[in-house]
Design a protein around this ligand. Structure first.
Ligand code: FES
Length: 170
């Protein structure tokens, strides 16, 4: 199946779900790993992909949905190429997490929990990343930054935009 979904029309490569299923030998017990691989390709789990995976694995769609909704790492909504997590746990909160969130919302032009129209950034909050001593903490695409200020957070975004732009011109 060639997967077509709204996010894919914006320059992301189409992905062959069958290829992912084959890598996991179409094993129904590997459904979580299969969903992880699909999400890795397109940044989220389109409804059509969930239905297709269920059909091919010959398991109920409801089972695939319940996995996709149970794990917080999965998203049923399109997400940006860059995933930004701002920790708003207690230790980070008292050290200014809200100011960081405000700065990021202003810099990107979206609110927490949203993705921008270009599918460039998704901004989310999390409740303690287990790195309280480094707080306030922001994680961008899996990279932790500690003792972040609003100005530093905005700078990180500008740097990302710049490097994306440079890569597009390569
Ligand atoms: S409260 Fe932010 S890392 Fe623990």
């Amino acid at each position: 199946m060639r997967l077509t979904a709204p996010g894919l029309e914006l320059g992301m490569e189409a992905v062959t779900i069958d290829g992912i299923l084959d890598q996991h030998e179409r094993d129904p017990s590997a459904v979580i790993a299969i969903l992880q691989d699909v999400q890795e390709e397109v940044n989220y789990l389109p409804e059509g992909a969930l239905r297709y995976v269920a059909e091919r694995l010959e398991i109920p769609v409801s089972r695939v949905y319940s996995m996709a909704t149970f794990y917080r790492a999965f998203s049923l909504e399109p997400r940006g190429r860059h995933l930004i997590h701002v920790c708003t746990g207690t230790a980070c909160h008292v050290r200014g997490a809200v100011r960081i969130l405000d700065a990021l919302e202003r810099e990107i032009g979206i609110r927490a929990g949203e993705t921008d129209e270009q599918l460039e950034f998704t901004l989310e909050t999390v409740n303690c990343l287990g790195a309280c001593a480094l707080g306030p903490v922001v994680v961008i695409d899996g990279d932790y930054s500690g003792q972040v200020t609003g100005a530093k957070a905005a700078r990180l975004i500008r740097r990302l935009r710049k490097s994306d732009k440079e890569q597009r011109h390569d």
